[in-house]
Unconditional design. Structure first.
Length: 382
């Protein structure tokens, strides 16, 4: 403005000021609406996620998520063979070792690294035991022989009970890619609300966390009669290499455990029986590969007789144990754990009193399991 001149005022100037003021008010309103809409979307998403947790029918991982953070000294990872093999609370009662089984039915070979990631998020165990049954049984390689409904069921075993996260999304994408699924099929597994909406609401699964005095062990009731004939089972001294995607998954598993800090890693095979020489040969191969990289491999199939395992009383089938067998396998593993590692006794530690309280509940549960299986074994021997 030139010196000596006055700023012009008038009706036009007032209109512009009023217009600018109204514009700013409109922008504030729009921003507020946008923020409210965003908050509504986020709230609806959170409620939808929680609804899937409350309505999930398969909740194996929810039992792990229900554990108090950083309470585990040992974690046992694997599949259904694993959760019928090992009784964590039995080991707590005898040695005070705080351990748990983190396993799902039909866990895929490629899921094992993701399970380890889930453990790392909330726990800091000094020992990680990994059951390599998924490789020995060729869970991935067996899919051409699955029946029509098995693909959906087995994928859900691997992803349904996992908390919704970036890791879960990556696992879903990887499985769907390996199975040759398209975008729409993959979305089905990502956005799982539609699969659960007919299930009953279980408020015990709030936040996908569930109290479990079994600490991941699951009892499979013996059905009576000899589970199988040991003489019909297979064995071999030959090592049969993995191929393709299974070899890739084994390498990635080794890479995953190699990145762990302050955690000892042991691979193992429970004292199962092999239905084919291929399974026995694969066990020999993964054992050699683990030992080649400096990891211990506990082959419990070599100790079946030493611990008195009997197909007529201790097995539900060649790959799973009843509670009588589970006690013996737990003794096998705990003997090795205590001989090889110095894990703390938590029984008198005030911070682990919740475990001591759960041990009383476990004793009742164990008594029921053993009673049922002893009756079945007695009926089989009658």
């Amino acid at each position: 403005m030139a010196p000596g001149t006055a700023e012009k005022t008038g009706p036009d100037t007032g209109k512009r000021a009023l217009h600018n003021s109204r514009g700013r008010a409109v922008r504030r309103i729009r921003i507020r609406y946008a923020l409210n809409a965003l908050l509504a979307v986020l709230a609806a998403g959170a409620l939808a996620v929680q609804l899937t947790y409350l309505c999930r029918g398969y909740n194996r991982m929810a039992r792990f998520y229900g554990l108090r953070d950083h309470c585990l000294d040992a974690a046992v990872i694997g599949t259904s063979t694993t959760f019928t093999s090992y009784m964590p609370m039995e080991v707590y009662g005898k040695y005070g070792i705080a351990s748990a089984v983190i396993a799902t039915n039909m866990q895929f070979e490629g899921t094992l690294p993701f399970t380890i990631r889930e453990v790392e998020k909330t726990q800091s165990p000094a020992l990680l035991l990994i059951d390599l049954t998924p490789f020995i049984r060729h869970h991935y390689a067996g899919r051409p022989d699955w029946e029509a409904g098995d693909v959906n069921l087995f994928i859900r075993y691997n992803v349904d009970s996992m908390k919704i996260s970036r890791d879960r999304a990556e696992l879903v994408h990887e499985i769907c890619r390996d199975f040759g699924m398209g975008f729409q099929e993959e979305i089905y597994y990502h956005l799982d609300v539609s699969r659960y909406h007919l299930n009953p609401v279980n408020f015990a699964q709030m936040r996908n966390e569930m109290h479990d005095a079994n600490r991941g062990f699951q009892h499979l009731q013996k059905e009576g009669g000899e589970a199988f004939c040991a003489g019909d089972m297979a064995d071999t001294d030959v090592a049969l290499p993995l191929e393709g995607i299974e070899e890739r998954n084994l390498e990635r598993l080794f890479e995953t455990v190699g990145s762990l800090r302050d955690c000892a890693v042991v691979f193992f095979c429970p004292p199962v029986y092999f239905e084919t020489e291929e399974e026995a040969g694969t066990k020999n191969y993964v054992k050699a590969e683990a030992e080649k990289r400096g990891y211990p491999f506990w082959d419990l199939t070599e100790e079946r007789e030493a611990y008195g395992l009997n197909p007529g009383t201790d097995y539900r089938d060649a790959l799973h144990f009843d509670s009588l067998g589970s006690l013996k396998v737990t003794e096998m593993l705990s003997d090795r754990i205590t001989a090889s590692f110095s894990l703390p006794d938590r029984r008198q530690d005030p911070a682990w009193q919740d475990w001591s309280a759960d041990f009383a509940e476990w004793e009742d549960l164990r008594g029921g399991y053993l009673s049922v299986d002893r009756a079945a074994a007695g009926a089989a021997g009658a």
